[in-house]
Write a protein that binds this ligand. Sequence first.
Ligand code: FE2
Length: 136
Amino acid sequence: MIAWDPTLETGIAEIDEQHQLLFRRAGSVLEAVEAGQGAIEVKRTLQFLADYAALHFETEERCMRASRFPDAAAHAEIHQRINRRLMEVAAEFNAHGATARLVADVEALMRGWVTVHIQEKDRALTDWLEANAPRR
Ligand SMILES: [Fe+2]
């Protein structure tokens, strides 16, 4: 099971809340698969996860622009890669259904990509925001 972990906290409330919801939504996808819910429900939760991730990345990218974050381009590129992976996972579900591989891929995506991204890149961004942008 994937879960939010307090070490992922960045200290910026808006970003932390979005990260937490992102993890909850990924959990909903896995629950839907494990509970054997119908394809429509799994598809809906996967779609929500992808849409919500895109919205969250927009928030971060807006903060990067507003504060002139120096590593913005590289950071946004990782967002695009995560978005692409989310779309690939959705396509995988459409093609093969709720397989063990789908569950493993969603878990790997959240554990590997998203967790590492938050710990390393989002931490660097939020440290920069703390120092260079007025606290919200
Ligand atoms: Fe990010």
